[in-house]
Structure formats: C-alpha cells, structure tokens
Design a protein around this ligand. Sequence first.
Ligand code: AMP
Length: 286
Amino acid sequence: MIIVKSNNELMEIIAVEKIAGKTIGFVPTMGYLHEGHGSLITKAKETSNYVVLSIFVNPLQFGPNEDFEKYPRDFERDRNYAELLGVDLLYIPPVREIYPTYPALTKVRVDRLTEVLCGSSRPGHFDGVTTIVNKLFNLVQPTYAYFGLKDAQQVAVVTQMVKDLNMNVTIVPCPIVREQDGLAKSSRNVYLDEEERKQAVILFKSLNMAQNLLKNGVRKPSILVEKIIDQIETSPRAVIDYVQVLTYPNLEKVSLLQPGDQIIIALAVKFGNTRLIDNCIVEIGS
Ligand code: AMP
C-alpha cells in the first residue's frame, strides 16, 4: 500500500494507473476506521481494480461548536486496517494541502436537499461535504466512489451534485453496517459512556418498530414520527434532534404514503454531547 500526503504525488500516481487502464475505486473517509468503512473498501475491491482510500478530517464540514478538534484519530490503526483490506493507495493530506487558503474561498453547494434533516441542524455542514468531495474527486479522478447509507442524506446530496455538475464518476451507495445489538457503527460511538452506549440501541429499535407499523398498514408519516419519538423518549439519556419521514432521494415531505413510494425514516439523537444519526430506507408496498 502506498501512502501519499501531497496532491501532486497523488495525481501523478493516479495518472499512471489510469493510463494502465485501471478503474479507480475511491472511498473518502475521516478515518478512525471501523467495519462500516471496511465494507466500502471491500465493495471497492470487488468492483474496481485500484482502490484509493482517503483519510481527511475536513474542518469545513464542522460547525464552530462541533467536535473537529476532538474527532477521534488513530493513524497507525487505520493504516494497518487499510493494508489488511487491500487498499492500494492511502491518501492522508494535511489540512494546508487541501486548503492553502482557509476558510476556502470557493465552495460547492447543493440547494434544497441540504436544507432538511442534518442540513437544518448543522448549517453549512453539507457545503463542507460537497466542497471536499468535489476537490477529492478532482484529485483522485475515480471511476466509482463508495458512500455509506449510514449518511443517506450525504448520498442523496453527492449524487445530485454529480448529476448537476456532469461529473464523470458513479456513486455506489453501500448498506449500513451495525454492531451486534443494532447500533449503526460510527467513529463517534467511542464518545458514548457505558450507559449511553446501552441506551443508544433505541435508535435501531425505533426504526424497526416503524418498519413494522408500515408492514401493518400505517401510511401516515406523522404517526410513524410520533411513535418513534414516544419510543426514544423511554431512554432517559436520549435528546431528540429530529425524527422525520421524507421521500428518498428527493427528501420531500409527504402526508400520506402511497404504494411504490420510497421513503427515508431518518433520525438524529444526542446522548450527552454525542450526536448519533440513523435511518432506514423503505419502499412502500401495496
Ligand atoms: P466518515 O469517516 O464518518 O466520514 O464516513 C466515511 C464513509 O463511511 C461515509 O460514506 C459513511 O457513510 C461511511 N460509513 C460510516 N459508517 C458506516 C456504517 N456504519 N455503515 C456503512 N457505511 C458507513
């Protein structure tokens, strides 16, 4: 595995691989890798012949009172894991390599899709995401880029950006990887204390409960939201940021679900200072 820290070196290596006819599979991450990231790398290994993993904690997507400084980092562990999974090139640029001018003067913004869910709780977050993803796509020139549905809104936003800007890359959405008890794997799970960790499973349970209500014929999003809130509120440490049911991937409100609709049930809940997100995407049956 080659480890690269500079944009120029990265672009030179990629150019050689492209001339050799390789398809480039790209997995952008912020590191502190876990099996969720691992599943994207494995998928990339299966479907591309040269796999690039980036680790970059992107300051532009963190709000002023968020956890940029204390975001967990462990380069040694990440490097070993990436090597084990067969990553060909690990890209770990310093902040000044990516942003010679900070704050960035040029940003990429997707409207509307970024104004709901995490976009409304974290103003500017998705501008940071689309800007860094755009820059990384320009550097890596991937054939395929792999994103986890753990961040389903991010998948919708990035897919829209690629379409609107005619970018020559295919976005590959990958399923959510969970802990044994159902909690979605996340680098931020390490922040949870023992009690919070135990209670955090309520997110997965409430999503399952909502899916059962759908199976039993409930068709009003407002009822699903109400029941999910009721269930999450049984966890004393949980503070709800949002629970919403929207169409997916358009992220529009809907008052009554119809057969064939694809929806996302999305939630963000804080346990102490740790904000967790989870979701499920469901196709409404007849
Ligand atoms: P992050 O390092 O949190 O920015 O995540 C990098 C990529 O890994 C994103 O595309 C995430 O959606 C994806 N990812 C993170 N956690 C999971 C998970 N539990 N299952 C699947 N993909 C994930």
